[in-house]
Design a protein around this ligand. Sequence first.
Ligand code: GLC
Length: 748
Amino acid sequence: MPLSRRNVLGAALLAGTATLLPARAHAASDRVEALIARMTLAEKAGQLSCFNDEVRPVGAVFNPVVDPRGGEAMLADIRAGRIGMLFNGYGVAGARRAQEAALAGRLRIPLVFAADVLHGCRTIFPIPLAEAAAFDADLSERAARAVACETAAGGLHWTFAPMVDVARDQRWGRVAEGAGEDVLLNRLLAAARVRGFQGSDLRRADALLATPKHFVGYGAVRGGMEYAAVDMSAAELRETFLPPFLDAFAAGAGATMASFTDFGGVPVSANRPLLTDLLRGELGFQGVCVSDYDADRELIAHGIAADEADAARLAILAGIDMSMQSGLFVRHLPALVESGRVPVAAVDQAVRRVLTLKERLGLFNDPFRSIDARAERRETGSVAIKRMARKVATRSIVLLRNDGDLLPLPRAGKRIALIGPFGADKANLNGPWSFAGDAKDGIDVASGLRGVMADPALLTVEAGSGVTEPLPGGTARAVAAAQAADVVLLAIGEGGDMSGEGNSRTEIVVPAAQQALAEAMAATGKPVVVLLRHGRALALSGAVRDAPALLATWFLGEQTGPAVADILFGRVEPTGRLPVSFPLTSGQQPWSYDRRSTGRPPPDDQPMAPGRSHWRDAPDRALYPFGSGMGYTRFALSDLSVPAVVATGADVPVSVMVRNVGKRAGTTLVRIDLHDRVASRTRPVRQMKAFVRVTLAAGETRRIDLRIAARELALVASDGRWRVEPGAFDLWVVAGDGVEMQGAFEVR
Ligand code: GLC
């Protein structure tokens, strides 16, 4: 079953360094040019400035409060043309007030409304990292489309999503926001999420402009520490961190957001080689580049700008089109232009992009597009979006261990003890960036179980511990509950506030109080099923690592309880696979399955061989590497067919027989990894190059045909260009934990 055409298209676009979009700049419309001709410098600076929405605040606070002014003062600034975009407001009524203020301005330029909607607006979906575990671009596109309908109905036009930062250091809290450590999965889901958010026509009332962020390399912060400096080779940038942006831009993304971080000594907000030469010149991106929050002013703290005016100058000249929250453009651009320190052409180019964005969204023709109270009532919390949220949640769950087929549980006849701080808890379902979500709407694990059990009276619930602190008497009560039960479900892991921006952790472990609870549960001798809650891969140990059954359940959002119950009782088979590797210890970070070879790789059967690549206290391996996961049945592979020789530039056809050798129907992910044996640069020890989901009835066998796109064999050579080098490739076909076949071919 060949990969979808989209996937191949996305891959093909990556092959060359040809620009993704027409080389010529989008000629702006006459309306935009006429507006620019009439605008004062102050009005131009206003259009290039965006602020946290104080007219209709969403309630949650996502950023440090900077220069608050209050709703009425904000409306006055809008009327005066000092604001071009508001972000993180919500609700149709407030949007109308703000838009009416904009239309009362001299030039009647409409506002555009944006928000950080990464995984749901009012109905919260699993975090993007969880959704990535479904390995399903079509599902991600449909989920984004459903989210866009609810979001746009809340009076919004633009989302600061998808986050497309490849992340290989699980200490970094923002791993939660993306698609994990693998380049291909990030690329495919970046494009899918852009298509889903934006839909078929940006002028539609349910279209949401997408913003692949944070351009570029944020996931490689030093030590996994939030906001830290980033340094990488040009080849690493082009092979690992840039590709998801290219696929997102090729999918039509209308904006991007510059990263906070220092990149090679120059913060991205002031980095013209990145924001102009690469983003505009080489990639041909024509959309708007918005700064991150107060990031232009942060150039002073970086030690790059002497003062605010200098920071504004550096940012606009580097290629920042919109300044977020600092107000530096409003306060300093007019004087910078008048003094000749910034050419007016640089300002006009940014204004051209912002006004064109508003035009593409149809806001000049209909400033009240997406400001419709009926649509808001119809789309918010609809049955359809809740159903989609539950589907994504169920597909996100990864079964990592199931000794003795302990799972699925019968719906009747078993006494169940649900133990842990996340058993009957609604406060930690959603994870970071849960925009307008309300925790009270969430369905916790206990409620989900009761909704499926034949006799809910057989369920006992004990927290046993707090999230980070022991619970007085909690362990004793939990032990008593466990001893009276037939099976223990242990709902433990990270609290929602331990994940996301500003939440890098040096030790990516289950908090000690919960680990102690897990040890106490193991000591009862009862079978324990760990329901892990997390926004990143964790380094598991002791009774958590050794439990007979382990489900990775991430932050699943509103439908947590029903989804966990669906899987536990076998109403739905677990089909998720890990998008990030679970290490043996935190000290191995950063780590990824596709790390490059070293000159001293240990023998496969001696991972700790003296003098070879490993730590003194750990091998160069993961507990559960990328792609790990199983279902309730088993699969076998046979009859692998790969051509011995492949012409340079040709796709590689791969064919294999897959058999369901279990007693129930099931789905597995058939994945192909490659290793380029000899090349002009060291290559990943293995890296995913194609995958497809396969569903088979019990006992069914099917031949599966995949194609590895030619560009997947390419590397960035020392001259910075992508090319396929002749030579031998190792190939693995994987259909589940321990289910793989190896082959090889030669490119000539
Ligand atoms: C934050 C994040 C960015 C977000 C922006 C606006 O600091 O880095 O992802 O879109 O500010 O909330």
